[in-house]
Ligand binder design. Structure first.
Ligand code: ACO
Length: 326
């Protein structure tokens, strides 16, 4: 038993914030942001939290396929910016879309979250007693950013993307996977630290920052090294050549990272899909938003048998690649 992707969706908040608008609230420039990152604008949520962005991205995929939310077997949300620690964002999505009392849980692997979630969903569907599974990546990065820190504030955006999976007896979506974490490098990217503040703790009076903090250059170097290796590894494990891979959908963190990976793998940059210019880094949402966009633009087609690679990397540190067949 395998799985197949039968629908995709996405949703971003209405408010667009351009680099020029950021110039008016911090010491930065459109030129710096564009040349260092490739970003020209991002969507920022004024009212909608992660569960609402995910709920709307879920409905987008469900409406396209005509599947009733009550037919879903499970809901998984990849996010590092949940509405709450509890309930999970997936439980809130379940209520929002009117699914039945199906299994619903979150996965946090930062910007690799969607790759982790799709891998788990594939195995759940293939072995469990479910017909459909909904996998979401959604973030409101704007709520964990220090808006006075120009080195991180200009990078991120909000949004959500979704994939609807169906169990299949004649199609195996997941051909190979290579997924990792290196917890010894946990300090390279941290956010939303929850401090012990009980009356017995010596931390009680300490003020810890909860804003996102990142060693940008270290992550840049890690991404070039580990992500290139991971992309190559899934093709080697499947004994296929890169010419048999239509498109590489990499987490959208920085266009220079994509260019660096392409160079390292000696691949044309055109083989890498990109939309970072319009969205910024939406963490776990970047891969499903981009996949949905490429399908809507008919650059990729569900059911075509095309092979693509989805690759994520981020806090943890975490990284991973999935070689999948559409
Ligand atoms: N506007 C203007 N100047 C800036 C800005 C800004 N927004 N931000 C930093 N600068 C300045 C710095 O102060 C520094 O000035 P100095 O030379 O006088 O000290 C200069 O620009 C260069 O800064 P660097 O940090 O060296 O710039 P770099 O070229 O490395 O780009 C960046 C920084 C964009 C963060 C890059 O390192 C990067 O993209 N790293 C990867 C980030 C990433 O992938 N995160 C992924 C995971 S996200 C997740 O998991 C949630």
């Amino acid at each position: 038993m395998g799985t197949k992707i039968i629908g995709t969706g996405s949703y971003v908040p209405k408010k667009v914030v351009s680099n020029t608008q950021l110039e008016s609230i911090m010491d930065t420039s459109d030129e710096w942001i564009k040349t260092r990152t490739g970003i020209t604008q991002r969507y920022i949520s004024e009212e909608e939290d992660t569960s609402v962005l995910c709920g709307k991205a879920a409905m987008n995929a469900l409406e396209k396929t005509g599947i009733d939310p009550k037919e879903l077997g499970f809901i998984i949300v990849a996010t590092m910016t949940p509405d709450y620690s509890s309930p999970s964002t997936a439980c809130l999505v379940q209520e929002y879309i009117g699914a039945g009392s199906v299994m619903a849980f979150d996965i946090n692997a930062a910007c690799s979250g969607f790759v982790y979630a799709l891998s788990v969903a594939d195995k759940l569907l293939a072995t469990g007693d479910f017909r459909y599974g909904l996998v979401l990546g959604g973030e409101t990065m704007s709520k964990i950013i220090d808006w006075s820190d120009r080195s991180t504030a200009v990078l991120f955006g909000d949004g959500a993307g979704s994939i609807l999976l169906e169990k299949s007896s004649d199609h195996a979506m997941l051909l190979q996977e290579d997924i990792h974490a290196d917890g010894s490098r946990n300090k390279a990217l941290t956010a939303s630290k929850q401090t012990l503040k009980n009356p017995f703790s010596s931390n009680a009076k300490k003020v810890c920052t909860t804003d996102l903090q990142m060693e940008g250059r270290a992550i840049f170097d890690f991404a070039l090294r580990n992500v290139s290796h991971s992309i190559k590894k899934v093709t080697e494990m499947a004994s296929i050549d890169f010419s048999e891979v239509t498109t590489i959908i990499c987490h959208q963190a920085n266009v220079r990272i994509l260019q660096g990976i392409a160079k390292k793998l000696k691949l044309p940059i055109e083989q890498f899909a990109t939309n970072i210019s319009q969205y910024g880094n939406t963490s776990a949402a970047s891969i499903p938003i981009l996949l949905n966009e490429w399908i809507e633009k008919e650059q990729l087609t569900l059911g075509s048998g095309e092979r693509i690679i989805l690759t994520g990397f981020g806090g943890g540190l975490t990284w991973g690649s999935l070689l999948i067949e559409l």
